[in-house]
Design a protein around this ligand. Structure first.
Ligand SMILES: NCCC[C@H](N)C(=O)O
Ligand SMILES: NC(=O)OP(=O)(O)O
Length: 330
């Protein structure tokens, strides 16, 4: 498998075999790191990390992964890109200095333009409509915890089913032949193009895609129940109230977890999460009478919750993406 010089903008661009290769490489790199083996795949490589939005996991994963493999990372959160300098010019400048570029920001079009003009591999660290490195980490985590192949997994995403994390997971799931359920209110419409694409891919892979507002039917026999916050970065604060009204029936509760009929169902979340009132955002909203918790604290902290494994696996999977597209001998 040769993924050298490929961009990583969306899993739509990757085949089942290529995703399998990245997951296998991530398992291997993780095992090597745990065994104390130092990697050199990115020796002499410089990578630039552009962030228009805040981050804990993604930024730290790219930095640690690059350094672990002998590379060097620059964190760039205050460039002139799109303001005083075009995306095209910025891409051309960075491409002269760096061997790879990560982008987190508002628009998928920006990461695509960076890929078009920079001449080096570009990796998507989250946009408005996708979060492909999150999907890889989540699939790695499922493989570590459940003793069955991805194509036998029933995966339920509950809540804001038209956000970047859900779309990214859908793209990966249909490639791998998984059984994916979008659980949310009828009033939240998944982009018809996204849905049509996923249905077509599911047909090819033997997977399924279902959209429903029926909690009991959706979660029955689920191997994974996954959720994300109800208002994403860049969305208007005023959306909290209507979203809470719309999405509260789809909050992950212990009662919902019990309805799967399985003791082994994993609770998953990309993080950050409002599972309690320990953040200023959750606390302020709570004081205004708005409960923005998308998951019960009890579930978040339960033995079925693998949220911190997912967080760690961001680093191992992002390392695999960089090593595969940029590194030596992977
Ligand atoms: N850290 C991942 C955050 C995902 C969320 N949907 C957002 O875009 O804010
Ligand atoms: N899951 C995720 O993307 O986390 P950060 O926003 O902290 O990078």
């Amino acid at each position: 498998m040769n993924l050298k010089n490929r961009h990583f903008l969306t899993l739509k661009d990757y085949s089942k075999e290529e995703i399998r290769y990245l997951l296998d490489l991530a398992h291997q790199l993780k095992a090597d790191k745990k065994a104390g083996k130092i990697g050199q795949h990115l020796l002499g490589k410089n990578v630039c990390l552009i962030f228009e939005k805040t981050s804990t996991r993604t930024r730290c994963s790219f930095e640690v992964a690059a350094l672990d493999e002998g590379g060097h990372a620059t964190f760039l959160s205050n460039s002139q890109m799109g303001k005083k300098e075009s995306i095209e010019d910025t891409a051309k400048v960075l491409g002269r200095m760096y061997d790879g570029i990560e982008f987190r920001g508002f628009k998928q079009e920006t990461v695509e333009a960076l890929a078009k003009y920079s001449g080096v591999p570009v990796w998507n660290g989250l946009t408005d409509v996708d979060h492909p490195t999150q999907t890889l980490a989540d699939f790695l985590t499922i493989e570590e915890h459940l003793d069955k192949p991805l194509e036998d997994i029933k995966f339920v995403f509950t809540g804001d089913i038209r956000n970047n994390v859900c779309y990214g997971l859908m793209y990966g799931a249909v490639k791998m032949g998984m059984h994916f359920v979008c659980l949310g209110p009828k009033s939240l419409h998944i982009d018809p193009e996204v849905l049509a694409y996923c249905k077509e891919e599911a047909k090819k892979s033997g997977g399924t895609i279902e959209v429903t507002d029926n909690v009991d039917e959706a979660v029955k026999d689920a191997d994974v129940i996954y959720t994300d916050i109800w208002v994403s970065m860049g969305e208007d604060e005023s959306l909290y109230k209507p979203r809470v009204e719309m999405l509260s029936p789809y909050k992950v509760t212990q009662e919902m977890m019990n309805k799967t009929g399985k003791d082994s169902t994993l609770f998953m979340h990309c993080l950050p999460s409002f599972h309690d009132f320990e953040t200023t955002v959750a606390k302020t909203k709570h004081d205004e009478g708005i409960d923005i918790r998308e998951v019960e604290d009890e579930v978040f902290r339960s033995k079925n919750s693998v949220v911190f494994d997912e967080a760690e696996n961001r680093m191992h999977t992002i390392k695999a993406v960089m090593v595969a597209t940029l590194g030596k001998d992977a």
